[in-house]
Write a protein that binds this ligand. Structure first.
Ligand code: NAD
Length: 318
């Protein structure tokens, strides 16, 4: 059987680089597109170049026509993935998350590409009253520009799928952990503790409850779901059936680092505007594929700490 060709946008990022490795193992040819704004070429160094071709390209600014010929699937992961600075840089989420998605959808139409796989987020649920939150919960009020930009992208994707010969898979992830993790709370805490091991400033009151998923479990879930659900528009939550508080997360991190810092909380239910005090997604739909996560949240946090300890270069992040 001839090999399928897939495009992975954001291929040099935390999740994208694992996805490229996975697809190559599944016998795909992969074209990876990334501008290296938050990704690293280093993450791609062990991938077989016979099955993978990397192009440094800015999906917002550059002409991207030439990359999309004879492609059967697109995994669209490139984005501004940092939720916190939306209010400060108010154009960024719209441009990088919504406009770029529209540009890629246009490529699907022009090149008759049949499958579009999208990394959305649990942030689109805002502060849902329904916990665990189902995919079809009451239409949520948006609390971050990141969530709003991803929900707008979801709307465009489903409208294109309805209008054209395109099947779409929209995955709403909880926070993802694991090797190559380069942004998020574990990263921030370790970076701060490296600067001062005796003290840790925590945003909010530390009682925020969050759910996490290991990156390898995340990719397995995408793969299983993509082969299982066959509607035109498939929307799937990805997470575990656990959550932990920020305080508990800090205990796991500091135990692993063998540190006992004094904790200082900025106070309030939310760490910043748009921080959701309780994220816990209903994952019955993804489990109906037979998928289940292999790692608990505790193990995923520990694995992330281990990675960051042995890859301190990443803490110096651009
Ligand atoms: N990591 C998480 O916890 C999490 C949770 C929910 C959703 N997501 C989504 O998953 C996807 C991947 O996230 P990640 O954690 O791997 O983030 P990441 O920042 O590591 O990866 C994003 C990649 O996209 C690239 N990129 C950004 N803008 C680009 C542009 N204009 N042109 C080309 N490349 C560009 C970056 O260089 C980077 O390599 C994102 O869409 C993110 O919103 C991530």
């Amino acid at each position: 059987m001839s090999k399928k060709t897939a495009i992975v946008t954001g291929c040099a990022g935390f999740i994208g680089s694992h996805l490229v490795e996975f697809l190559v193992k599944k016998n795909y040819n992969v074209i990876g597109l990334d501008n290296l704004s938050t990704g690293y070429k280093k993450f791609l160094q062990n991938i077989d170049r016979n099955s993978f071709k990397f192009h440094k390209v800015d999906l917002l600014k550059d002409n991207i026509d030439k990359y999309f010929k004879n492609v059967s699937e697109i995994f669209h992961l490139s984005a501004n993935a940092d939720v916190r600075y939306g209010i400060k840089y108010r154009n960024k989420d719209l441009q990088q998350n919504t406009i770029v998605t529209h540009k890629i959808l246009e490529q699907c139409v022009k090149n008759k590409i049949k499958k579009f796989i999208f990394s959305s987020t649990g942030s689109i649920y805002g502060e849902s009253k329904e916990i665990p939150t189902k995919e079809n919960c009451a239409f949520p009020i948006q609390t971050s520009l990141y969530g709003a930009s991803k929900l707008s992208a979801e709307a465009l994707i489903s409208a294109y799928a309805e209008a054209f010969d395109l099947k779409c898979y929209i995955f709403r992830f909880v926070s993802i952990l694991g090797p190559r993790y380069s942004h998020g709370h574990v990263f921030d805490f370790i970076k701060k503790l490296k600067q001062n091991p005796k003290k840790l400033n925590v945003l909010g009151n530390g009682n925020q409850k969050k759910s996490y998923l290991h990156v390898i479990d995340c990719i397995e879930a995408i793969w299983k779901s993509k082969n299982f659900f066959q509607k035109k528009v498939n929307i799937i939550n990805l997470g575990t059936n656990e959550y932990i508080t920020v305080k508990k997360s800090i205990r796991i991190i500091t135990k692993k680092l063998r540190l006992k810092p004094k904790l200082f909380f900025s106070g309030g239910k939310r760490g910043w505007i748009g921080d959701n005090p309780f994220i816990f997604l209903d994952t019955k739909k993804v489990k109906s594929t037979g998928w289940k996560p292999n790692l608990t949240i505790e193990k995923s946090v520990e694995n992330t700490v281990e990675y960051l300890i042995s890859n301190k270069w990443i803490l110096k992040k651009k």
